[in-house]
Design a protein around this ligand. Structure first.
Ligand code: AMP
Length: 545
């Protein structure tokens, strides 16, 4: 027997319609590329998205078209989100930090026909344009005055604000919810990047879950600072959650330095901010240099941290210095991205600080809709006892099935699970702890050393700003850990101090065989430490005997 309820397709345009109708005055604040604060709201965004959609539809953009962006977090970028996806075309958000080779590959692989760019990226577009023969038109995301300087340099150039003169689209088209909505490429540390193609349905289901009170908890009373880029996995779904709930959005544009982020947190009274650990480290350094008091200046309640492990020192600092809860999350591009999030259970109420911080270091429990399992090398499920470590497999309605243009090859196992490439434990309460990327774990004497755990411990050491651990080949043990650190400005910590600090905090046999100091660590396009690059850099490193 079939249910007798209405069958509405789950479409992203419905989010915008809802936000315009029920939260028209909820603000969208942008720190523009040029550096000034611009204030919009959902009513204005809705109106402008319909004008943009009208202009794009007049050029033939619709089902099957792919429109690319090379852009920061701004209202214009969000308008493109809703206009392009609302039309039933695909929005391809490009990570501008990719190498020219990868940019060349993905623009051509995705068959982008329009490319919108912030003027910051004009030199990049100028350099790359001949390698993008399929791009029919480039649009500078600025006013018409930009054309005078850019038109002589970039072929087929248009300007974003001129598109706003178009007749607005009268109605968002209706189509089936399985249609593709947006496309993101994985950062591809080895080989070419791979495309992950989200559908309207997967995005909508993910958004409904992401907005839950126990997860990111967007609401009409919340002010959300999106430090996580709109070009990285739809900014973790937060723009959609904001439209659904009417949260105020704060978009920092290209201004991710500590001073700008601090000013936005303070001036816009941000209650929730989301970003990768490297961003928060930069903010902390700024606070220290300026001697600021975040508890007095800010009203931040929640910092959502994912993409890399949140170190204990960061959890503690948000708690003590900001009075804010670090909401630890784990996910990946292939998962839209949400997999697990860490909120305490009622039984954890009243825990002392030590126990609370230890719990927060875990990545969290599965969100509704995501199934997790850990398996051994033979694919057999391992116990959820917090000890057994294995490959982490996932399935769910917003988890990948095939990579884009690779539909012949399933990326799922016989039971429909996707192998994340991560190694994890899961405890009896369902809290997942990420041990390592399987490629990064250090194999020493038949045992594993977690580079994440060692890095977390090293980051607590006074004077250490950043830490990365890689395995170095060893004749007897197969691999031994090398710790590579960046000192805080003015700090003088040396190998002896760091090893001394680690001494009581990690098992003896985990202690790095050497500690080296560098000025900076290479980062991937998504702000993670670029381990592959570090391994290449230290491939001839001789461990002391
Ligand atoms: P990406 O697809 O670029 O978002 O990267 C996903 C990968 O980042 C995951 O497979 C993990 O290896 C890593 N990752 C994401 N969140 C965390 C976290 N909270 N702790 C440790 N690693 C993480």
């Amino acid at each position: 027997m079939q249910g007798l309820m209405q069958d509405h397709p789950l479409l992203i345009s419905s989010l915008l319609e809802h936000a315009e109708r029920f939260h028209p005055e909820a603000q969208i604040v942008t720190k523009s590329v040029e550096g000034q604060i611009e204030r919009g709201n959902w009513r204005q965004l809705g109106e402008r998205a319909r004008r943009l959609a009208g202009a794009l539809a007049a050029q033939g953009v619709g089902q099957g078209s792919v429109v690319a962006t090379l852009a920061w977090n701004t209202q214009r970028h969000l308008e493109l989100y809703f206009a392009v996806m609302g039309l039933g075309a695909v929005l391809h958000t490009i990570n501008p930090r990719l190498s020219p080779e990868h940019l060349d590959f993905i623009v051509n692989h995705a068959e982008d026909s329009y490319l919108f760019f912030d003027t910051t990226f004009a030199p990049l577009v100028e350099k790359m344009q001949q390698r993008f023969p399929g791009v029919r038109r480039f649009y500078a995301m600025a006013g018409a005055d930009c054309l005078a300087t850019l038109a002589p340099k970039i072929r087929d150039l248009g300007c974003y604000e001129t598109l706003m003169e178009a007749e607005p689209l009268a109605h968002w088209p209706q189509f089936e919810e399985g249609r593709a909505a947006s496309l993101c490429y994985t950062s591809g540390t080895t080989g070419n990047p791979k495309g992950v193609l989200y559908s309207h349905r997967s995005t909508m289901l993910h958004s409904c879950v992401a907005a839950q009170a126990d997860l990111m908890g967007a609401s009409a009373g919340a002010t959300v600072l999106l430090v996580v880029p709109l070009f990285h996995v739809n900014a973790w779904g937060l723009p959609y959650a904001a439209a659904m709930t009417g949260a105020k959005l704060v978009l920092p544009g290209p201004h991710l330095d500590g001073a700008s982020i601090y000013a936005l947190l303070r001036d816009e009274k941000v209650s929730m901010a989301a970003g990768v650990p490297t961003i928060w480290q930069m903010l902390f350094q700024y606070i220290d240099q300026q001697g600021l008091d975040p508890r007095a200046d800010l009203c931040l309640e929640t910092a959502v941290v994912g993409g890399s492990a949140a170190p204990r020192s960061m959890i503690e600092r948000f708690d003590r210095q900001f009075g804010a809860y670090l909401l630890h999350a784990w996910g990946m591009t292939e998962m839209s991205p949400l997999g697990v999030m860490n909120r305490p259970l009622p039984k954890h109420a009243g825990q002392d600080d030590e126990a609370r911080y230890a719990l927060q270091m875990k990545q969290g429990r599965a969100v509704f809709g995501v199934r997790l399992k850990i398996v051994d090398d033979d694919g057999l499920s391992l116990a959820h006892d917090g000890v057994a470590r294995g490959r982490l497999l996932v399935s769910g309605p917003w988890v990948i099935r095939h990579y884009f243009k690779d539909e012949q090859r399933s990326v799922l196992d016989a039971h429909g699970y996707f192998d994340t490439g991560d190694i994890a434990t899961i405890d009896a309460d369902g809290y997942l702890t990420l041990v390592d990327r399987s490629k990064d774990v250090i194999k020493s004497g038949g045992e594993w050393i977690s580079s994440i755990d060692l890095e977390n411990a090293a980051l607590g050491c006074p004077g250490i700003a950043q830490a990365a651990v890689i395995g170095i080949a060893h004749p007897k043990w197969q691999e031994r850990p090398l710790l590579i650190c960046v000192r805080l400005p003015g700090a003088e910590a040396g190998q002896a101090e760091v090893l001394d600090w680690l001494g009581g905090r990690v098992p003896r046999w985990w202690l790095p065989d050497a500690v080296v100091f560098v000025d900076s660590l290479p980062l991937t396009a998504t702000g993670k430490i670029y381990k592959l690059g570090l391994r290449a850099l230290f491939k001839d490193f001789q461990l002391p005997h």
